[in-house]
Ligand binder design. Sequence first.
Ligand code: ADP
Length: 261
Amino acid sequence: NVFSQTNSQKRGNLQNVNKIIAVSSCKGGVGKSTIALNLTFSLQKLGFKVGIFDADVYGPSLPTLIGKEKQQLYAPEDKPKEILPIEFNGVKTMSYGYAGGNQKAIIRGPMVSSIVIQLVQQTQWQDLDYLIVDMPPGTGDIQISLCQELNFNGAVIVTTPQRLSFIDVVKGIEMFDVLKVPTLSVVENMAEYVCSNCNHIHRPFGPGYMNMLQKQFGIATALSIPLYGDISKYSDLGSPVVLTLPEDHTINNIYRQLANS
Ligand code: ADP
């Protein structure tokens, strides 16, 4: 059972968080943060208590994706080490982006892991069914430290259909394997688009490698999300697409499948 890990292994304010899921990619710009956020709200729609932690210190995008760029970190006066999460639509969120300041661009590698781990452990998540962690892109020291400290129950890997991305996904699956984190699903993003003139489905990056991935690594769920203008439009407006589009929209259906997996 992939969820057999006990909560006693979780530290700080994560003790009452039932499952911690990493959303990961090897490269930036593939849609990882967008998918992490929309997966969070899809889980909420299924009735779960959910939080999202943006673990990217160098390029935190969560505050922009939910229109909270001006939000500041807040801790109660009597408990300065207990950071309060920022709520958005009933979901608890935390990001280094709320810390503001320009110093974040010059933090050295080894400091980053400890800052990120401190931030997630000091946030008052309280009882959650799921905490979604939007990982920094890559498979380096920071990602490995996060895996070791947070004891993820599973990982979702986000990619695009090019061959180079496939090679990266394999790296990602292998990293999680070594760290004993099961890869629950792989999401191929921006896989195809439907021409608004002729309705033809184009796959600009080719057929992709999802079947091969599933066969080779036994990943239970492999999903494709189309390149779709509204995803980027609503993300820029700070309005998560699964909260904005109608329930029966294709994009919402795909996210529901991901949340159910
Ligand atoms: P990452 O976290 O991997 O760096 P982001 O989630 O920030 O990537 O997405 C990068 C950009 O691509 C954003 O502008 C986002 O709105 C856009 N985007 C992501 N997925 C899609 C999609 N399926 N269709 C259209 N635009 C997308």
